[in-house]
Design a protein around this ligand. Structure first.
Ligand code: ATP
Ligand code: MG
Length: 405
């Protein structure tokens, strides 16, 4: 039998010039951490790819894990053979069968990364294709095959693979710093969070619960969302703040029409206090221009006036239906539509302000003890940890038992 390996392809990090080594090392470390005991032989670098040798029995599990890792453009389940022509042919038959039990057509795509291999690629295609055709009875289709079997001659070895899974692309987590993402239990913020994870940022989530003014259902939903986001190894921790009493304080001291904006400002301040502990360099929200009253340009500007860190809004120009499609694709949509009480709707009138100014919000806050409120929130934080290789926990909030992954 042939040895098996997952061949990891990455595009964008190939473009990083002098930083390339750092990006590749981070990707390798992240994959080692993610697949751990399933790939005891570690991860090797082979001709601008990474190779994860696996046992046949854990191959599918490693493939699935690697293909969720940011920085990976695709992952392929390869047979490793020598340059013996008969071995390549046998492996190609196995690879085509494995990739397409219902396929009717196939093509062979031979490549030589090693130029010392004498047989030209076109010859290899013909030779191996003839054997696969005879053994499987499938037809050859060079333009739109159901299965493409790649045969790659690399240094001393040959990789033969037809089963590939697309990865998320993007950059390895740990190459873009750290952010605090405001994670509600809604549809948008998990998608926004995932986009930033995919760009290589270590992410900690911060969820504001309406507790004790509401139940804790949104906390459970946020934790489930965090579990999905953590699958790529980029979501390190979910913090939860019981926010209901602080909202109550705001509602007692401030006019109804700007309450939601004052909640938002307090959320931003608490997120920044957390970012200072975490040494995070930015905040993330799922905001979307004009989607709801609190997300008009005026209101975004009035809330942002309190922020000192950049507030990243990856979904700002997206339509809701585009966001929903993405939420479905990353597996968060069904969790986000579970019924839960949203803390933002606490003590809110039907017609909130849509054109607030920073000065108006400053005025609305004069009777509030903002520093004390932020300190109360920081004292009441709880958190759940997820496996994230590139994460370093702050001293004040040490690592707890990781969630079962
Ligand atoms: P989402 O689906 O992300 O909740 P939304 O369309 O419901 O978005 P809003 O409720 O106005 O929008 O919230 C805008 C953004 O503010 C959210 O995307 C999120 O980043 C942040 N946010 C709102 N509520 C909370 C919360 N309870 N905890 C943490 N962040 C929140
Ligand atoms: Mg919401």
């Amino acid at each position: 039998m042939f040895e098996r390996a997952i061949l990891v392809h990455f595009n964008e990090i190939g473009l990083k010039g002098r930083n390339r080594g750092r990006f590749e090392r981070q990707l390798r470390d992240n994959i080692v951490a993610a697949v751990g005991h399933l790939a005891p032989r570690g991860v090797e670098k082979v001709a601008s790819r990474l190779l994860v040798p696996v046992h046949e029995s854990s191959a599918e599990a490693v493939l699935s894990c690697v293909s969720k890792t940011p920085g990976v453009s695709s992952a392929s389940l390869a047979f490793i053979t020598s340059r013996d022509p008969a071995e390549m042919e046998r492996a190609a038959v196995l690879a085509v069968r494995e990739a397409g039990p219902h396929a009717r057509t196939f093509a062979i795509a031979a490549r030589r990364s090693s130029t010392d291999h004498p047989e030209p690629s076109l010859e290899m295609n013909r030779r191996i294709g003839a054997v696969v055709q005879a053994e499987t009875g499938l037809g050859v289709n060079l333009t739109r095959p159901d299965v493409t079997c790649t045969v790659e001659v690399v240094q001393g070895e040959v990789y033969v693979y037809a089963r590939s899974v697309a990865g998320p692309g993007g950059l390895p987590v740990g190459t873009s710093g750290k952010v605090v993402s405001l994670l509600s239990a809604g549809i948008d913020s998990p998608v926004a969070t995932w986009r930033i994870i995919r760009r290589g940022a270590v992410t900690v989530g911060l969820h504001f619960s309406g507790r004790p003014q509401t139940d804790s259902v949104s906390e459970r939903v946020a934790a489930e969302l965090a579990g999905v986001l953590a699958q790529g190894g980029g979501f390190a921790r979910l913090y939860v703040v019981p926010f209901g009493d602080l909202q109550r304080e705001i509602s007692l001291a401030a006019p109804p029409d700007i309450r939601i904006l004052l909640y938002r400002r307090l959320m931003i301040r608490i997120a920044e206090a957390l970012a200072a502990e975490e040494r995070a360099m930015g905040l993330v929200t799922g905001e979307n221009l004009g989607q709801v009253a609190s997300q008009t340009l005026d209101n975004i500007a009035a809330v942002d006036a309190t922020a000192t860190l950049p507030v990243l809004r990856p979904l700002i120009g997206h339509d809701k239906n585009e966001i929903i499609i993405e939420a479905r694709a990353i597996g968060t949509y069904e969790l986000s539509i579970q019924p839960h009480s949203d803390c933002c709707t606490l003590f809110i009138p039907r017609t909130p302000e849509t054109h607030a100014t920073a000065a108006q919000l400053d005025k609305g806050e004069v009777d509030l003890e903002i520093p004390r409120m932020v300190a109360d929130a920081m004292d009441s934080l709880t958190w759940i940890d997820f496996p994230c290789h590139a994460y370093r926990a702050p001293k004040r909030f040490p690592v707890q038992m990781p969630e079962a992954s």
